[in-house]
Ligand binder design. Structure first.
Ligand code: HEM
Ligand code: HEM
Length: 435
């Protein structure tokens, strides 16, 4: 999170003052943007959610993880792939397709990790002592299986030179992939954590198991074929656009079943949730999930997207989904799980709380500033203005975004310090009352 948000901050500075950093090749905007998205998405949110899954699966199946050593190999391989990703992207080696930028050899590493994780979880499942499969287990398995295949096809692994097809079919494939990463990697893993953590911290049983399974199967059925809503302004076949748009609106079903279920579980118990910093982060994640998924169907409508597409509006939505929803849930998972696996309380619940507020204020600010900038861009372009004549009008918003970024980067540093100290320090523990 520290490295990824710093990269985002460098990108934000470049959008304010393009020459300020002197055009150092390995951090020019085209490269630092890809480093930022890959780091925050796969290295921060992805690692935290996969880590959470490795806690959930054995706990919910009441069985030790099948092979602890294989799990550790996955941690090292995954992180090696991320480091290799940063180095190669900064050198300009990229497949240049959104969220599929990593080059072929690194793709193989990522796929190997996903395959090993599946094998490890599946063997654990086969040896399980708990017969009932709680919905989080469904979500984790769904995520690992779907992500493996999405990643394999989306990166056109059989074409090592380009990692892509040609022309419009490639655009459709790329957004089938790009959307699946959001909907079948981040979303189910984050929802799995929320389904696990919310009942425990609110000290109440899950409101409805039936509803939870309806949500699981309906997301699997709908999410896979709505990626073309990223291509409404491109010459994709109309029938595919219609499917994508109707499916995007239909997404309200899986989203609302999850949220209604979680919020009815915690009804009247918000106090309990907020007394646990992990629960607090996850709760905020559910609110961002609602906002993202109300905005998503709206911006899938062609009449709305004509205004918002290619503008900072989409960047606001992206941060709301990946940072507000998946990122805050991932942080909640870290703070919930860490004391339980170390057997020690957090080093400082006050610092964790500070990080919570920094991220929340930063994210809310991002949403306001980027959405406003997006509307200015969209309106200007619809009125026939060129891109460069609109730039001075969004300058202030870019300055504000970079400034708000400092809060989130600051939050990341505080979190790193807190987690490091929680693991390695024995000092300060006595003053804290956190479970
Ligand atoms: C963990 C927190 C963060 C996450 C998960 C995140 C995620 C993302 C994602 C998914 C995108 C791609 C958006 C798109 O293509 O639609 C993006 C772009 C970007 N982010 Fe972040 N981000 C985070 C924090 C930050 C911070 C702290 C800054 C610093 C100000 C920042 C600055 C940027 C910039 C400048 C872009 C490129 C926008 C553009 O191309 O116009 N991000 N981020
Ligand atoms: C009901 C669910 C959702 C719908 C219908 C939806 C819809 C959309 C649409 C139509 C776009 C493209 C906008 C454009 O380019 O003009 C978009 C972009 C995006 N969405 Fe969502 N969204 C949903 C949920 C989410 C969630 C949960 C996340 C994060 C986990 C997310 C992350 C993103 C990101 C990162 C982008 C930017 C992609 C890019 O780089 O262009 N979305 N979404």
């Amino acid at each position: 999170m520290v490295a990824g948000t710093l990269a985002g901050f460098i990108g934000a500075i470049e959008l304010v003052a393009p020459d300020f950093l002197g055009n150092i090749p390995w951090i020019v905007f085209g490269r630092i943007r890809q480093i930022h998205t890959n780091l925050v998405m796969f290295a921060f949110v992805g690692s935290a959610l996969l880590g959470g899954a490795h806690y959930l699966v054995p706990t919910l199946l009441r069985t030790d993880l099948y092979n602890e050593r294989m799990g550790k190999v996955c941690v090292w391989l995954w992180n090696l792939a991320m480091v290799a990703g940063v180095i190669t992207l900064s050198m300009g080696y990229t497949q240049n397709r959104e969220y599929a930028e990593l080059i072929w050899p690194i793709d193989l590493g990522v796929l190997l990790v996903l395959a090993l994780i599946f094998y490890n979880f599946f063997q654990t499942l086969k040896r399980r002592k708990e017969n009932l499969l709680y919905v989080s287990v469904w979500y984790v398995f769904g995520a690992v299986i779907f992500t493996f295949f999405s990643y394999f096809f989306g990166n056109a692994v059989w074409n090592p030179d380009t990692g892509s097809l040609i022309g419009m079919p490639d655009a459709i494939l790329a957004w089938f992939y790009g959307h699946n990463i959001l909907g079948f990697f981040f979303t189910p893993l984050a929802v799995a954590l929320a389904y696990y953590i919310i009942p425990i911290v609110s000290r109440a049983p899950l409101y409805s198991h039936t509803l939870s399974l309806i949500g699981f199967w309906s997301i699997l059925m709908i999410y896979s074929h709505i990626g073309t809503h990223h291509l409404l302004q491109a010459p994709a076949p109309t029938w595919l656009k219609v499917i994508a748009i109707t499916g995007s609106v239909g997404m309200l079903m899986p989203v609302m079943t999850v949220l209604i279920n979680l919020w009815l579980t915690m009804r009247g118990r918000l106090g309990n949730i907020h007394s646990d910093i992990g629960g607090k982060f996850v709760f905020a994640g559910t609110v961002w999930y609602l906002l993202t998924c109300l905005q998503g169907p709206l911006q899938s409508l062609p009449s709305v997207q004509r205004l918002t597409h290619f503008t900072n509006w989409v960047i606001a939505h992206a941060h709301m989904g990946v940072l507000g929803f998946a990122g805050m849930t991932a942080l909640g998972g870290i703070y919930f799980i860490l004391p339980r696996i170390t057997g020690k309380p957090l080093y400082s619940s006050r610092l964790a709380d500070l990080q919570y507020w920094l991220v929340l204020i930063g994210m809310t600010g991002f949403f306001a500033v980027l959405t406003a900038a997006g509307l200015i861009q969209g309106n200007g372009w619809l009125n026939g203005e060129t891109v460069y004549r609109i730039l001075p009008q969004i300058y202030l918003y870019m300055v504000l975004r970079a400034s708000l970024g400092i809060l989130i980067v600051g939050g990341a540093f505080i979190g790193l310090y807190n987690i490091f100290m929680s693991i390695y320090s024995t000092k300060g523990v006595a003053h804290e009352d956190h479970p």
